[in-house]
Design a protein around this ligand. Structure first.
Ligand code: SAM
Length: 269
C-alpha cells in the first residue's frame, strides 16, 4: 500500500496493526512486524480482534433494535467489513454516525469510504481531550445530545494507561449522555502475563502511535460503568455478550477482552 500524505509508514500505528490482526490489507511492513511481535506474546490476539468486531456488530444491532439512531464511535479504527454505520443503517437507514479517530490513515480511508453517505461524518479528535471532542462543531452539528444516542469506546481505552485519566475521560462522556443514552465499552483484559511478556509488550508499543497500553481487570472495566445501569449479561468476555449461534467463536484459554453496555436511566418520576 502506498502511504497517503501525512501518514508515516515507518512508525507502527495501532490502527494499522489491528487491521493486520483482522486480516486486512491497510498496513505497512512496520505495522506487520510490530503486530507479529505482539502475536508472539498473545497468540490468540487475532481471535480477540475478531471477537471484538462481532461484539461491535451485536451491540450496535441490539441498540438499533432498541431505537437508538445516533452513534458516536470513538477510536473507530480503519474501515473493515460491517462497520457501525452499515450495521445501524441496515436496520434504520436514517441512523446518524460520527466516527472519531486521531490516526491520519483512519481519517483518509474513512472519509473516502463515506464520501457519499451524508448521515455519517468522520472527525479528527483525541479521546484524551473529551471536552474538545464533544464540543467539535461537526459532532454538535451531526448529533442531537438531547435525544438518545450511544457512545462507543471499543478497543480504545486500553491505550490510555493512566487509570485516573481513563476514568476521567469516561466520566466526561457519561455526563454528556442524555437520559436513555448508552455507553458501550470493550477493553483488553489479559489475565496474568509474566514480567518478561509485559516488558516485551511495553517495548513494542513504546515505538507505536500510542503512548502505551494496559490491560484492565473485570473490576476496573465494570467501574467505567459506574452511575449507569449495566444491561444483561453485565461485563463479560466479549464472546459471552448475547452471542448468536452463527457468531459464537469457541476458543480455548483465558479471556482476552471484556465488554458491556450501560444505560443512563430515565429520571425518576
Ligand atoms: C484497536 S483499534 C479499535 C477499532 C474499533 N473501535 C474496533 O473496536 O474494532 C483502536 C483505535 O483507537 C484509535 N485511538 C487510539 N488512541 C486514540 C486517541 N487518543 N484518540 C482517538 N483515537 C485513538 C486508534 O487510532 C485505532 O484506530
Amino acid at each position: 500500500m502506498k502511504a497517503p500524505a501525512g501518514v508515516d509508514p515507518s512508525t507502527p500505528s495501532v490502527a494499522r496493526m489491528y487491521d493486520y490482526y483482522l486480516g486486512g490489507k491497510d498496513n505497512f511492513a512496520s505495522d506487520r512486524q510490530a503486530a507479529e511481535k505482539i502475536i508472539e506474546i498473545l497468540p490468540n490476539l487475532r481471535d480477540v480482534a475478531r471477537e471484538n468486531r462481532e461484539f461491535l456488530i451485536r451491540t450496535v444491532g441490539y441498540l438499533s433494535e432498541q431505537g437508538i439512531r445516533q452513534f458516536l464511535d470513538i477510536g473507530a479504527g480503519l474501515p473493515t467489513q460491517r462497520n457501525v454505520h452499515q450495521v445501524a443503517q441496515e436496520l434504520a437507514p436514517e441512523s446518524r454516525i460520527v466516527y472519531v479517530d486521531n490516526d491520519p490513515i483512519v481519517l483518509v480511508h474513512a472519509r473516502a469510504l463515506l464520501a457519499e453517505n451524508d448521515r455519517v461524518v468522520v472527525v479528527d479528535a483525541d479521546v484524551r481531550d473529551p471536552a474538545a471532542l464533544l464540543a467539535h462543531p461537526d459532532v454538535r452539528a451531526h448529533l442531537d445530545f438531547s435525544r438518545p444516542l450511544a457512545v462507543l469506546l471499543l478497543g480504545v481505552l486500553h491505550f490510555i494507561p493512566d487509570d485516573d485519566e481513563a476514568m476521567g475521560i469516561v466520566a466526561t462522556l457519561k455526563a454528556a449522555l442524555p437520559d436513555g443514552g448508552h455507553l458501550v465499552i470493550s477493553h483488553g483484559s489479559l489475565g496474568e502475563l509474566s514480567e518478561e511478556q509485559e516488558s516485551e509488550g511495553r517495548q513494542v508499543f513504546s515505538r507505536t502511535s500510542v503512548p502505551g497500553t494496559t490491560s484492565r481487570s473485570y473490576a476496573q472495566v465494570l467501574a467505567f460503568f459506574e452511575g449507569l445501569d449495566v444491561l444483561e449479561p453485565g461485563v463479560v468476555p466479549l464472546q459471552d455478550w448475547r452471542p448468536t449461534l452463527d457468531q459464537s467463536l469457541v476458543r480455548e484459554g483465558k479471556a482476552g477482552a471484556l465488554g458491556g453496555v450501560g444505560r443512563k436511566a430515565d429520571p425518576q418520576v
